[in-house]
Design a protein around this ligand. Structure first.
Ligand SMILES: Cc1ncc(COP(=O)(O)O)c(C=O)c1O
Length: 374
């Protein structure tokens, strides 16, 4: 067996930034304030500037407890609830649909583009009914959904657009950062994400002051800074804590360099992986940030077993499309052939900015021998 390559390794990132993280933690501990304070406010401003920097601008940011909560709060701000339909994809983390269902609304799943695994705009048009209130395109794996036609269709039908950017921090479409195209953009800072905390975290960004004020209000029980303990509307608790915000501020400074490293690894994979693997694509006008590096292979289980024998970790994102999961069967979606075929063939190879060149080569070598007929 060559060099082992675990599918994920979060320790490398923490080790590389240990001194900066320790300083941020010490500063927060010494502040005596641990939830929704100066660190959160500073991170919100810095992340808004980052996302707006490529011409999407000016946006504001509200830090919340998770990416799932970001989606719930975005839907809530748009007044989406029982009786409403929200179109999205079944080929995503279940969180996208969970957020819709948590609002009491109905997720309506449409099929994906087989090249990018993101929402197929033609299917969006076909899925609209008089009850449709919004669409959630997911920038899955780090590749932007095809936003131009999605925005046009949504505008014509009077739909809100909420971008699920949980896997796409820093990705661009037509040169502009994702998250700045729709009414609201939702991010997750789960530790494995391109920008990850050391616990849970999330954010909503947007331009519309009224919508963002509603996100802020619902984040903490409907309280305003002028009147704590008096709920102006019903809300929830989805506060971001100071420690996570302080750590995210450190990591944000490295996000572009890390995304560049992910892209360099993807370029090595694309140059050397064997022809039996259908590689991910980057469509013209898009910047893929390779949150995950997902290919397709026939006889996937055999391929994964051989990589496992060689010490190479792989994963499947995602093995069961959401409409096929027992918890979501009640939404009664019909067959989604492109989604279902993808779920049967996809395989995620190791991808994170702290993979060494030797590890990248080990993955390539193992994939080459795994595809040689036995
Ligand atoms: C596409 C997508 N949407 C939403 C989420 C939810 O984020 P979180 O785990 O922070 O709630 C995730 C992360 O798991 C995700 O990958």
């Amino acid at each position: 067996m060559g060099q082992p390559v675990p599918f994920m390794d979060l320790l490398g990132q923490v080790t590389a930034l240990r001194a900066e993280i320790d300083t941020a933690i010490a500063r927060t501990l010494d502040s005596g304030w641990y939830v929704l304070g100066r660190e959160v406010a500073a991170f919100e401003a810095e992340f808004a500037d980052y996302v707006a920097a490529r011409g999407g601008g000016p946006v504001t940011c509200v830090g919340v407890n998770s990416g799932t909560d970001a989606l719930v709060l975005a839907l809530w701000a748009c007044d989406i609830g029982p009786g409403d339909e929200v179109i999205t994809v079944a080929h995503s983390a279940v969180a996208t649909a969970a957020a819709i269902a948590l609002r009491g609304a109905t997720p309506v799943f449409v099929d994906i583009d087989p090249r990018t695994y993101t929402l197929d705009p033609a299917q969006l048009a076909a899925g609209i009914t008089p009850r449709t209130k919004a669409v959630i395109p997911v920038h899955l794996y780090g590749h932007p959904a095809d936003l131009a036609p999605i925005l046009t269709i949504a505008q014509e039908a009077g739909l809100r657009v909420i971008e699920d950017c949980a896997q796409a921090h820093g990705a661009t479409y037509a040169g502009q950062h994702v998250g700045t195209f729709g009414d609201l953009g939702c991010f997750s800072f789960y530790p494995t994400k391109n920008l990850g905390a050391l616990g849970d975290g999330g954010a909503v960004i947007g331009r519309d002051a009224r919508l963002m004020a509603r996100v802020r209000l619902h984040r903490e029980y409907g309280w305003t800074p002028q009147a704590r303990y008096v709920s102006q509307s019903q809300g929830m608790n989805s506060r971001l804590d100071e420690l996570q915000a302080a750590i995210l501020r450190v990591k944000l400074m490295h996000l572009d360099a890390w995304n560049a490293r992910r892209r360099a690894i993807a370029a090595s994979y694309a140059a050397h992986l064997p022809a039996g693997i259908t590689l991910p694509v980057e469509l013209p006008g898009c910047t893929h940030v390779y949150h995950l590096y997902v290919g397709r292979v026939a006889r996937r289980d055999e391929f994964r077993a051989r990589l496992q024998e060689a010490g190479i970790g792989t994963a499947i994102h995602y093995p069961v499309p959401i409409h096929r999961q027992p918890g979501y069967a009640r939404f009664g979606t019909g067959p989604l052939p492109v989604t279902e075929q993808a779920a049967a063939e996809i395989v995620s190879l190791p991808m994170h900015p702290f993979l060494s060149q030797a590890q990248v080569e080990a993955v390539i070598a193992a994939a080459q021998s795994a595809l040689v007929p036995a």
